[in-house]
Ligand binder design. Structure first.
Ligand SMILES: [Zn+2]
Length: 150
């Protein structure tokens, strides 16, 4: 049995030496604006005509900016499960970049557990198992461990 895992979408996150996942974003080389998911061109800042975005690691932590439960389909690349199961989606403002990144919240954490302004931490969760038995994973948000990194 292989326990191998692979990202569901290449290039959205990576893991550091300790195995902790981090998102990869695009950063405009002209004005410094960040974008996620990463892309190579087209600065998102309407006041900037920069067209070269570098791939950079993003903060692993951020502040819960908004969240929802059950009201919207999950953002790509999450499939809509059938039958539907309650889940929360969080919009987290990254600590250093100020960028807001949508992600599914880990299983077992629902809207009642969340509060705007709370510290969130990046993690990963399985999305599906492919034909070769590889577990495909995506980024997700969990409530940050209290005390760490404070
Ligand atoms: Zn720019």
């Amino acid at each position: 049995m292989s326990a191998s895992t692979q990202p569901a979408i290449d290039g959205w996150f990576a893991t550091d030496e300790s195995g902790a996942p981090y998102l990869i974003g695009g950063k405009c080389q002209k004005c410094g604006t960040y974008v996620f998911p990463p892309r190579a061109n087209n600065c998102p800042n309407p006041a900037c005509d920069g067209d070269e975005l570098a791939q950079v690691p993003l903060s692993r932590r951020g502040t819960l900016w908004s969240y929802t439960e059950n009201r919207y389909a999950p953002p790509p690349p999450y499939p809509a499960p059938d039958p539907f199961e309650p889940f929360a989606v969080a919009a987290v403002q990254l600590a250093d970049e100020g960028l807001i990144v949508l992600g599914k919240v880990v299983e077992g954490t629902l809207a009642a557990d969340l509060k705007v302004g709370m510290e969130m931490e990046l993690t990963t969760m399985p999305l599906y198992t492919d034909d070769e038995g590889v577990v495909r994973i995506v980024h997700a948000w969990k409530i940050a461990d209290k005390g760490a990194d404070q």
